[in-house]
Design a protein around this ligand. Structure first.
Ligand code: CP3
Length: 342
């Protein structure tokens, strides 16, 4: 059996057909996901019940045969493990107790304490490592420190991340201490996922685009570099995908600056630009507009083919530019795969 396609692409190999998976591939657009979620009761119970979390991870693999499965969990489980309260308001999104001062940072639990809360996530990984088809790669993940901090400071999602920017402006040392604490915990969290059987890990920095200039270097590049260096020291050969969403021109050089094996691109980035400026340094992942899985039609097929072609001269993992939405038509996912695989 030759090596899994995603691992080959992550080592820099150009493949005739790019391997493919989708962000949020286990999600509300699938009727089988909605059924299992109803069985779990609520979203967090689904995340913390290993049999059910493994089941929803496997559902899109059974239906579509994606080349990778991504662990079913959430980036906000880590702040919960560090001691914050976390709950989800149906139809609105996450809520957390907040951290707005140096004292709040000091009151967080130490990194070693996270495993008590996160043990069920590692159990989900162990089940998946046993049950996935042998050609499917298992991806673990965490939020990048800046993105996780934006939720810890605001207590919820915020369109412009103003509360986190405010804390950073008011007390940069305390904010940097918060980023450090998350960075250390993220290293231990991803390391435990790898020990349990994750073959690749991905860092989601969904709000990286709101960091500019020196802030981007200090709070997007540097934490990613530290996390990747620590993981490479503990787990040589395990690849890391970084997703500094909406980094724009800062996507260029991101892999070199952080040591990431692959940079995931959002759909605001031109594929031809990224092929020249980003793919020259590393594998790239992306970057179909998820709205096309709602609208479908000829544009879905032509855009899918255009992206495959644009990245065909180097290592590429096909994916969306952001998560698939609940309104997406499952039939359109099949059409996208047909356009990639022929
Ligand atoms: C910012 C962020 C979060 N979570 C995540 C991010 C980074 C990626 C991104 O930008 O989308 C990452 C995430 N969240 C989820 C996964 C599982 C794996 C996958 O299928 O990609 C992953 C990798 C499950 C989820 N996480 C969430 C759902 C929906 C929950 C439900 O079933 O109602 C899923 C499947 C909930 C969630 N979780 C979060 C929010 C803001 C919300 C509410 C908005 C929404 O509902 O989409 C925080």
């Amino acid at each position: 059996m030759s090596e899994k396609t995603i691992l080959r692409a992550l080592k820099g190999e150009r493949l005739p057909v790019p391997p493919v998976w989708m962000m949020r591939q286990a999600g509300r657009y699938l009727p089988e996901y909605r059924a299992t979620r109803a069985q779990a009761g609520d979203f967090l119970s689904l995340c913390y019940t290993p049999d059910l979390a493994a089941e929803v991870t496997l559902q899109p693999i059974r239906r579509y045969g994606f080349d990778a499965a991504i662990l079913f969990a959430d980036i906000l489980l880590l702040p919960q493990a560090l001691g914050l309260d976390l709950w989800f308001v149906t139809g609105e999104g996450p809520r957390l107790s907040t951290i707005t001062s140096a004292a709040g940072v000091a009151a967080l639990k130490p990194a070693e304490a996270i495993h008590d809360t996160l043990a069920p996530v590692y159990e989900t990984v162990r089940i998946l490592a046993r049950e996935l088809p042998r050609e499917t790669t298992l991806i673990g993940f965490a939020g990048a420190p800046w993105t996780v901090a934006t939720y810890m400071v605001a207590g919820r999602g915020t369109p412009d991340q103003a509360p986190a920017h405010g804390f950073k402006a008011e007390d940069r040392a305390a904010f940097a201490a918060l980023i450090d604490r998350i960075t250390e915990a993220t290293i231990d969290y991803l390391s435990a996922q790898i020990d349990a059987g994750a073959e690749v890990v991905k860092l989601f920095d969904s709000w990286a685009g709101s960091l500019k200039g020196r802030d981007f270097d200090d709070f997007a590049v540097e934490p990613a570099r530290r996390i990747i260096a620590a993981l490479k020291a503990r787990h040589p050969g395990v690849p890391v995908i970084a997703f500094p969403r909406e980094a724009g021109p800062r996507y260029a050089g991101f892999a070199r600056a952080t040591g990431a094996d692959c940079v995931a691109l959002d759909n605001s980035v031109g594929a031809d630009w990224a092929a020249a400026q980003v793919q020259k340094d590393s594998c790239v992942q992306g970057n179909l507009d998820p709205r096309l899985l709602v609208t479908g039609g000829e544009e879905l097929v032509s855009e899918t083919r255009r992206i495959v072609r644009a990245f065909s001269q180097g290592p590429h993992i096909f994916n969306l530019g952001h998560g698939i939405t609940p309104e997406a038509d499952p039939e359109n996912v099949a059409r996208m795969l047909e356009a990639i695989r022929g």
